[in-house]
Design a protein around this ligand. Structure first.
Ligand SMILES: Cc1cc2nc3c(=O)[nH]c(=O)nc-3n(C[C@H](O)[C@H](O)[C@H](O)COP(=O)(O)OP(=O)(O)OC[C@H]3O[C@@H](n4cnc5c(N)ncnc54)[C@H](O)[C@@H]3O)c2cc1C
Ligand code: SF4
Ligand code: SF4
Length: 1024
């Protein structure tokens, strides 16, 4: 792509375009691991740019630009297809539709919905459910793939028994054609877009059929013999049972599902292990209103075909796990996929012949379509052969897909999709007449072949290779069959220092993308590197030596907010967030990479006075209510229970700590406050990867509670709670420290008292109020405390609790702390998502209990002007009893002003600006008389410009020697830029030099280009 094209693209898309090499690489693949033997024939698939349009107009302009500069466009939904159809084969531009994801209209009268193509199935279904509607069919990639794009890709699955393929359920599609015109396709014309894999245009809007939402009933039936399963499936069709969806798996799939690891958290298993019989299992789903009719016949049909109805538990389990078809990847770690469509009548013949000819464990999932292409029942089979892409044998196993497809074709079947690998088979995939019509349309509208070239219509070297391989299939089959496939999770060795489990998980990740849409790191930023999926892919590239660490990728790992939403979304149960946590230690502690800069300031403040806000230790307890001191802040008294307030409640949002001790006191809890002996719980240092500082701090806290003699910590802050409850025990064990401390959150204590009728909120004359509850990640997903705060709220008179759309385990993150300190504008976008949900729920107040969530919400509310009150739960509950507290908002805004200015300072630009304000002092401080020499050079015209290439070498040597001499001036300039409170300014002479020492070695390379010209300008000005 030439420079003009790049410039115009940049103008068109602003911050919604990337030329970043690492990022582009992450948009150059799909879910399939391409066999090494094929890669050379495909060549590089790294695009030259990735754009993210938001409107149809932008698509039109993009197409015009692509036509003018003859640049290929590769449309992309979520890249969950595995046929190579999203690979940018001619490089060019990837058109990522993830921002075109609006729901345009739901029409309940004619049961249709109109959407932009990039909306995720799960999101759409959620909106439909609010109106008593649902989808007629959807792919099993429902949590991660997009609606409009299914038309381009073509397909079928859940619900297809009744509803057929997706294209049969589409009313119309608006498409930007390769000649930059827009066309509305309907009826038979839709064939020019559906299954065309984006080769004929960019879908910008689509209207689909939907249906009323009905409660479903599920029955699972087991068959020992395949032939019996086939007969059973035929009889339910013949008997016309009103069934909506029919899926089945083979015994090998059941076997591997039984062996796959269960979802766990902190080493504890979080789901029941359901053992499936290792047979053919069919799962039938039908509407509850039809259950009498279905059940009346089903029992007879099952026994007629030697089947056995399985327990409701198994049926429920199979249905609830219908999206996790890739789970078996956890024990392979790769899968070779073969997907094909056959007549139902050939099911037994095809699978039996495959079993005979392919000597590999093939796990299969199938679906039945009552009326297939020719009006006859069809079955689609998705077959996986477990393998390991890191070994050469993966190539050999991959070749067996040809054997499988050949057998399917022999019995009247066809490949499921053409894509890149099977473009030669497009005619059979689409049907001869339809293919001819499509080809003519393509030639007519896209003579330059800019729209997704080399897909469907072929024309790549891979066509020749695949044709050749097909010819010699009988010769290569025995080689593929000779591979010995090992099954089981095999976490063996660390590579390049990456911990061994993370190496295995990187290959295990199926790239399904279920973790992407709800990851706040991702939806705040929108680029693949910011998602768990992108990071796993990048790690593979790093492990295989094609990527190196850059600050961009270090930051990508550090910026995860630790919300843990990905852990519950992952289709293969990967411990994603704990893996990123491990990576933090690996990167910062072991590899000495730069952490997010404000953490350096927090770290020094913490080591100085024990808190991250740079307050004095002596002031930690100033908030404690005078009248409670004798009772609850009396360290001469021994109590088991000790209240730990944490830094933010102690120094910024005092109302949280004050209200918590009021509540505990009112509820009759005998406790003591830890007071000045308390230090930061350490969570900021843990997530910063500064693990030595974390460990020292943890030891201080454990010593403090041992000194007081307590054995139970009560927290108000969820992060402190998580440290004491989960992280300290783990680290104490690692470091050989005795640890026998129980932990409770105050909401748990209060809820228990309310449940036992030991505590009752008095009647109050508060005006009735509607509130909603924000589940903080660190007490929700991390600890599982969902009910206690709700019990407290419900016990307060005159309060109505409404739930947000995403609540409990699904709750969205507030966007603190890592987003707030890393990218403040993005934190406001992430926070807005949550606050908008609260407003939409109809709440006047959003209640929360995490000081950091509350801080972030207050900042976001202010920035985005969102009409909702942010109130701490303890404050709300204590106010209902009659207590009042200072408003934390002014202090939050004051502290945020300091923090925001500090964040801006600790960037290359921030440091360059400060340096730009102190050239005389900097030049004076240069060692080896370099300052005078520089001033002299400034007098010789052109000399300093000649010296420019030397500065990147000189500065890193000079700067450490200059810094101590200019520190006073620097502190003075920093003081002018940052509105620091006195206690912070007083500590700066101690803190700042250490911060500079830690940051400068990492940042200097980015600072030098920014200061070179200003310095030359200054020196030349002195010469005049
Ligand atoms: C776990 C899992 C389960 C799956 N289950 C099913 C299933 O049940 N049924 C099924 O059919 N498939 C299934 N798939 C495959 C895949 O999810 C589907 O093909 C899905 O429709 C792809 O959606 P996507 O958003 O990821 O599209 P992508 O993979 O990004 O794109 C698919 C095709 O559409 C083109 N395209 C993208 N956007 C546009 C646009 N706006 N206009 C025109 N063309 C465009 C692309 O170039 C590409 O050719 C599954 C995949 C996974 C990982
Ligand atoms: S923990 Fe949250 S922010 Fe981090 S990767 Fe998972 S979903 Fe994204
Ligand atoms: S991390 Fe899990 S959910 Fe995300 S892409 Fe990988 S397998 Fe899918």
């Amino acid at each position: 792509m030439n420079l003009n094209a790049k410039t115009q693209l940049q103008e068109l898309f602003n911050n919604r375009i990337t030329f970043n090499k690492t990022e582009r690489k992450l948009y150059g693949h799909d879910i399939a691991a391409m066999p090494g033997i094929i890669k050379p024939f495909i060549g590089s698939t790294v695009p030259e740019a990735v754009v993210q349009p938001e409107t149809e107009d932008e698509l039109v302009n993009l197409v015009k630009l692509a036509a003018k500069y003859k640049v290929a466009l590769t449309p992309r939904g979520k890249a969950t297809s595995g046929y190579g159809c999203v690979l940018p084969m001619a490089k060019g531009i990837v058109v990522d539709f993830q921002r075109m994801k609006n729901l345009i209209k739901i029409n309940p009268t004619d049961n249709t919905a109109t959407v932009q193509p990039g909306i995720i199935w799960e999101k759409l279904d959620r909106e439909l459910a609010k109106k008593g509607l649902t989808l007629r069919l959807y792919p099993t990639s429902y949590p991660g793939s997009t609606v409009g794009v299914w038309l381009a890709q073509g397909g079928a699955w859940i619900g297809s028994y009744e509803s057929g393929t997706f294209s049969e359920n589409v009313i119309s599609a608006r498409v930007v054609l390769p000649d930059a015109t827009i066309k509305d396709f309907r009826g038979s014309e839709l064939e020019l877009v559906s299954d065309a894999e984006g080769t004929t245009g960019l879908i910008s809007e689509i209207t689909i059929k939907i249906m009323p939402l009905n409660e479903l009933e599920i029955t699972a039936v087991s068959f020992k013999k395949l032939n019996d399963l086939q007969k059973f499936l035929q009889t339910i069709i013949d008997e016309n049972l009103p069934v909506w969806s029919v899926l089945f798996i083979n015994p090998q799939m059941a076997n591997l599902k039984n062996k796959s690891p269960l979802r766990s958290h902190g080493g504890n298993i979080k789901e029941k292990h359901i053992i499936l019989p290792e047979t053919y299992i069919a799962t039938l789903t039908y509407r509850k209103k039809d259950s009498n009719e279905v059940n009346r016949n089903l029992l007879g049909l099952v026994s007629l075909n030697q089947g056995e109805i399985l327990s409701d538990e198994i049926a429920k389990h199979e249905w609830e796990n219908r999206f996790n078809i890739m789970l078996v990847k956890r024990i392979s770690p790769s899968l070779v996929t073969a997907e094909f469509c056959i007549p139902l009548s050939a099911l037994d013949d095809v699978l039996t012949e495959i079993n005979k000819k392919v000597n590999q464990p093939i796990v299969k999932e199938g679906l039945v379509i009552k009326k297939g292409r020719e009006g006859k029942p069809e079955v689609i089979i998705l077959g996986f052969i477990p393998s390991d892409q890191r070994r050469f044998s993966y190539n050999l196993v991959f070749a067996l897909t040809l054997t499988i497809l050949k057998i399917a074709q022999k019995y009247g079947g066809r490949a499921y999709a053409a894509g890149v690998y099977f473009a030669k088979k497009a005619e059979s995939v689409l049907g001869r007449e339809r293919f001819a019509r499509l080809k003519k349309f393509k030639l007519d509208k896209d003579p330059q072949n800019i729209m997704n070239p080399k897909k469907v219509f072929g024309n790549s070297r891979i066509d020749t290779i695949m044709s050749l391989a097909e010819l010699i299939e009988p010769i290569i089959r025995p080689v593929g069959n000779s591979v010995i496939t090992k099954i089981g999770e095999r976490i063996v060795k660390s590579v390049k220092g990456i911990p061994e489990d993370i190496v295995w998980y990187a290959y295990t990740c199926s790239q399904c993308g279920y973790c992407v849409p709800e990851c706040d790191q991702f939806y705040g930023r929108g680029w693949e590197s910011q998602s768990p999926r992108g990071k796993w892919y990048w790690l593979r590239e790093y492990i295989e030596g094609r990527e190196k660490w850059s600050q961009y990728m270090v930051d990508a790992f550090l910026a995860c907010t630790t919300c843990e939403l990905c852990n519950i979304k992952c289709s293969v149960n990967l411990p994603i967030e704990p893996s990123w946590m491990k990576m933090r230690g690996h990167l910062i502690q072991e590899k000495n990479k730069m952490t997010i800069p404000p953490f350096e300031m927090m770290s020094e403040a913490l080591q100085n006075q024990g808190d991250i806000w740079a307050g004095y230790r002596k002031d930690r307890d100033v908030w404690f209510p005078e009248d409670l001191k004798d009772k609850h802040y009396n360290l001469s008294k021994k109590t088991d229970v000790v209240y730990f307030a944490g830094c933010t409640a102690s120094y910024v949002e005092h109302d949280i700590a004050m209200a918590t001790v009021r509540l505990l006191d009112e509820a009759g809890v005998d406790f003591n406050y830890m007071g000045k002996a308390e230090s930061c719980c350490g969570v900021p240092m843990l997530v910063a990867g500064k693990w030595d500082v974390f460990a020292e701090n943890m030891k201080r806290n454990i010593k403090a509670i041992n000194n007081i003699g307590g054995n139970t910590i009560v927290c108000s802050c969820p992060a402190c709670d998580m440290m004491w409850r989960q992280v300290y025990p783990e680290w104490a064990k690692k470091l050989g420290i005795d640890y026998d401390i129980k932990v409770k959150h105050y909401s748990e204590i209060l809820a228990e008292k309310i449940r036992n009728k030991e505590f009752v909120f008095p009647a109050n004359n508060m005006a009735p109020v509607t509130v909603t509850w924000h589940d903080s990640c660190h007490i929700g997903r991390a600890t599982g405390v969902y009910d206690a705060p709700r019990e407290v709220i419900k016990a307060i008179p005159n309060v109505t609790l409404v739930e947000m759309d995403y609540n409990r385990e699904e709750a969205h993150c507030c966007g603190s702390v890592l987003t707030l300190i890393k990218d403040p504008p993005i934190a406001a976008e992430v926070g807005k998502v949550r606050l908008d949900e609260a407003v939409e729920a109809g709440a006047e107040k959003l209640l929360a209990l995490c000081p950091c969530c509350e801080f972030q919400f207050r900042v976001t509310k202010d920035k985005k002007q969102i009409p909702i009150d942010i109130v701490d739960l303890a404050r709300f509950a204590s106010s209902a009893i009659g207590y009042s507290f200072p408003d934390p908002d002014p202090e939050v805004q004051r502290q945020w002003a300091v923090f925001e200015a500090m964040i801006a300072l600790m960037t290359p630009k921030g440091f360059a600006d400060i340096m730009g304000s102190m050239w005389p002092e900097l030049i004076n401080s240069m060692p080896f008389k370099m300052g005078s020499m520089m001033l002299f050079m400034g007098k010789i015209p052109g000399m300093l410009n000649l010296m420019k290439p030397m500065f990147p070498v000189l500065f890193p040597i000079l700067l450490p020697k200059m810094m101590p001499k200019v520190m006073d001036t620097m502190l003075n300039r920093v003081g002018k830029r940052i509105p620091m409170p006195d206690y912070m300014s007083e500590q700066m002479p101690e803190i700042m030099p250490k911060v500079m020492n830690n940051l400068m070695p990492h940042m200097i390379a980015d600072v030098i280009p920014l200061v070179t010209q200003p310095m030359i300008d200054y020196l030349q000005s002195k010469a005049k």
